[in-house]
Design a protein around this ligand. Structure first.
Ligand code: NAD
Length: 295
């Protein structure tokens, strides 16, 4: 959709703000709305426009993007009076890039279709750094023609792949969160293991990252984990939400995810300890606690 020049961007947090800023840099007119007005003001500081209401952002836009925390937030942004569906003209592309339940994505798609809107679910992976650098991995569910129409909008934010019909993007994202959670947990265990053996962990983790054990988690998180720095990033409470999606979706189709279920419990425990606001690499905190208990 090369003629699409105006984008309404709803939800300008850790991810949404840099994603919207990249769309501004790519030449789009971006009108941002966030429940917290200072976030919209921050977009204005980067060349976008701050909207005071969702309707102000959405009216007349060619594309609407939502990037909010959870399923109820998407439902509020999209379905509420004065929300996206009330203000978007028929034919508008509505792209939810939040991580939510696949059934939420399907409901938004079906309700949007009734109103003549073209809805895609397009959750992302790559974290805050991927959002800032415009190199997110974007997993898209929906109609192939709508995916093609959105290609120019996805490009400044990262690489998009159509993975199936409505909801499929969220299912792939759930698998992503399963892999990331397990990977962080094992990196945390390896780090504590190396430290206990007196190995120089900077060199140790660097060489590990060059082999089969290598991962984006090691590339992006090893250094901060070594120094026990857990500022988000991706908050534990969001990964807790995502592991709820993973375990529910696995149960729905009768597929056991035993390792995922275990890490989901660790993430839940961290949240219960009051660490929901820390980065998900804080899984290391629990490994530290367990190791200390053994001594
Ligand atoms: P965040 O909490 O930093 O940002 C969310 C923003 O949405 C906040 O500014 C909040 O005020 C706003 N908001 C909430 N409800 C709203 C509504 N109804 N209308 C308008 N604004 C609303 O969260 P984030 O880290 O940017 O994550 C956003 C989504 O992206 C989540 O679904 C998360 O799981 C997913 N995600 C995050 C990361 C990451 O590394 N942070 C990576 C991949 C995916």
């Amino acid at each position: 959709m090369s003629q699409s020049r105006t984008i309404a961007f709803i939800g300008l947090g850790i991810m949404g703000l840099p994603m919207a800023a990249n769309l501004v840099s790519a030449g789009f007119t971006v009108r941002g709305y966030d429940r917290s007005p200072q976030q919209a003001d921050r977009l204005a500081g980067k060349g976008g426009t701050a909207a005071a209401t969702p309707a102000e952002a959405v009216s007349g836009a060619d594309v609407v993007i939502t990037m909010v925390p959870d399923s109820p937030d998407v439902e509020e942004a999209v379905f509420s009076t004065g929300g996206v569906f009330d203000s978007a003209a028929p034919g508008t592309l509505v792209v939810d890039m939040s991580t939510v339940r696949p059934d939420t994505a399907r409901a938004v798609n079906e309700e949007g279709a009734k109103r003549g809107l073209r809805v895609l679910d397009a959750p992302v992976s790559g974290g805050e750094a991927g959002a800032v650098e415009g190199v997110l991995s974007i997993m898209v569910g929906g109609d192939p023609a709508d995916f093609d129409a959105a290609a120019g909008v996805f490009a400044p934010m990262g690489s998009a792949v159509l993975v199936g019909p409505a909801g499929a993007g969220q299912t792939v994202k759930a698998a992503n969160q399963l892999i990331v959670a397990g990977n962080i947990q094992l990196v945390a265990e390896a780090l504590v293991f190396l430290e206990a053996h007196g190995v120089e962990t900077e060199a140790g983790l660097r060489v590990l990252n060059g082999g089969l054990a290598g991962s984006t988690v090691l590339t992006r998180k090893a250094e901060s984990m070594r120094h026990r720095r857990f500022e988000p990033g991706f908050r534990i409470e969001l990964h807790d939400k995502d592991m709820g999606i993973v375990t529910a979706a696995a149960r729905e189709v009768g597929v056991p995810v035993p390792m995922g279920a275990l890490v989901a419990q660790f993430i839940g425990a961290l949240k219960a300890q009051g660490h929901g606001g820390l980065d998900h690499s804080a899984l290391l905190k629990l490994v530290d606690q367990l190791a200390a208990e053994q001594k």
